[in-house]
Write a protein that binds this ligand. Structure first.
Ligand code: PNS
Length: 162
């Protein structure tokens, strides 16, 4: 049985992340989505909120049987603890590649038994990121075609209260 981990900040989850989850679910017997507690990044949503939004977003689009967990610290240590065969990451434009390549090789150096697997994002999300969604929503622009409804509503509420 193959088991993979899909880690990220998910601040918040977008349709681009969901597209990767859908693809990864077809490749592995078991998929775990892991939301990182990243103290050195300024997050809009709390760890618990980000985890809940991942769960709610997957429910909204009918993705089932995928565990959502949180982790703190080094990704590969957590991956070892979860006994996964692979770490899945989504790739967009080439700007992702340098960062992902460095992280993948560093992770391989620390945990050679865990493979990094990269999935190309769907073309329509090649520009999409949590950061750009938050920025554009902050200016009152429509993003309902880029994020699940639950995320759009959470962003409306959070950005209004800021
Ligand atoms: O969604 P993101 O921010 O691109 O996800 C990056 C993430 C959270 C997967 C990565 O930064 C991470 O796991 N950080 C925890 C510390 C760590 O393992 N860093 C990588 C060292 S090579």
């Amino acid at each position: 049985m193959t088991k993979a981990l899909y880690p990220g900040s998910f601040d918040p989850i977008t349709n681009g992340h969901l597209a990767i989850i859908k693809r990864a679910q077809k490749l592995f017997d078991q998929l775990i989505v892991a939301v990182v507690h990243n103290p050195n990044k300024d997050m809009l949503f709390t760890l618990e909120e980000r985890q809940a939004l991942v769960n709610d977003a997957m429910q909204e689009v009918g993705l089932e049987g995928i565990e959502v967990v949180t982790y703190n610290g080094l990704l590969v240590e957590f991956a070892r603890d979860m006994n996964v065969d692979a770490i899945v990451r989504g790739l967009r434009v080439n700007s992702d590649f340098d960062y992902e390549f460095q992280m993948a090789l560093m992770n391989r150096d620390m945990a050679p038994e865990i493979e990094s697997v990269f999935l190309m994002t769907s073309g329509r999300y090649v520009f999409l990121s949590s950061s750009i969604v938050k920025e554009v929503k902050g200016y009152g622009e429509k993003i309902s075609h880029l994020v699940p409804k639950v995320v759009d509503e959470a962003l409306s509420e959070r950005l209004q209260s800021k």
